[in-house]
Design a binder for this molecule. Sequence first.
Ligand SMILES: Cc1cc2nc3c(=O)[nH]c(=O)nc-3n(C[C@H](O)[C@H](O)[C@H](O)COP(=O)(O)O)c2cc1C
Length: 347
Amino acid sequence: MRAWMPAAGRPATVLAPMQDVTHHGFLAILARRSQPDWFVTEYFRVYPNSRVDRRIARCFEENPTGRPVVAQMIGRDPADLVRIARELEKRGAAGVDLNLGCPAPVVCRKEAGGGLLRDPARIDRILEALRGELAGPLTVKTRLGYDAPEEFQRLLEVFARHAIDGLAVHARTVRDGYATPVRPQWVKLAAAALPCPVIANGNAVCAATARALLEQSGAAGIMVGRGAIRNPWIFAQIAADDAPAPPRPHLRDLLVYVGELWEMVAAVPGLGERSQVAAMKKFMNFIADGIDPEGAFLHGVRRAATAAGFLGLCRDFLDRDGPVPERPPPQSGSFRGFGALLGGGRD
Ligand SMILES: Cc1cc2nc3c(=O)[nH]c(=O)nc-3n(C[C@H](O)[C@H](O)[C@H](O)COP(=O)(O)O)c2cc1C
């Protein structure tokens, strides 16, 4: 993973894994606008006799980005995880990442994802098995703990024992969910304790919040999820921090982006119009937030039921002059808590 880090001085940028979002088509659309230093796929589910999901594997088998694509796994059994990790490596994943953060109750109940954080001894066994068997990079994406951030210290001891190649920290606990402010001071602890690059994650919604999270955490890089759906130019904006002309997308650029997402969604064979519009909503919840001060665009797309209605609404609000707002509004429902990074307290 060190090989993917940018030249000295610039923090690394990474696309966060997002289930049902960061698939092959989305990576291609994003990469045409800005490129993180590497990408992480949504998770491959690993259980006895599980097979590699071919749809997700396209991200690295037909990598449309020219940058490394790491395969993320979620599971609990060391032998199963090793079996799938070997296959992912063989099929061209640039590295393998272990998910220790998914808060979905159904996942946590099975002691996978965030649920594993309650059992550091099992994480220890999993990492030992993976490290011993894998030829390529092994990374971990974790939350700070299950119930409380104080659990992080013990987790760091486990991570330190296995020479992992990188650690991405979503700076919240599982209990925190998605809506609280993040806790950069705990990422700082990881950056000081581990020899590998530590990547901070959570609530970087624009270049300024990314910069603030980097400064407050001392991390070597920044991982962006929802902010990259909203603003696919964000990686170039973060990287071009000191450059004279970071990309400044206009509303019509956003309309072209939404059009490409629509083509991607509509191209799924057999998908009816209603389902196409529904599929767009997982992107639009982030893209539409804060485009107009009254929130009429977001309100409208959430209620759209026909292709004509949805696309017409996009044209009404985006086929206009004017820049895309730099970040969502402080009262955003989709990105709650980001204001704290800018000194805005809880929002
Ligand atoms: C729709 C969605 C799907 C996600 N799927 C995954 C996943 O498959 N694996 C994972 O580790 N995290 C997943 N996450 C969490 C993100 O990777 C990231 O940690 C979280 O969104 C915080 O970062 P952000 O504020 O930049 O979005 C998902 C998040 C969202 C919003």
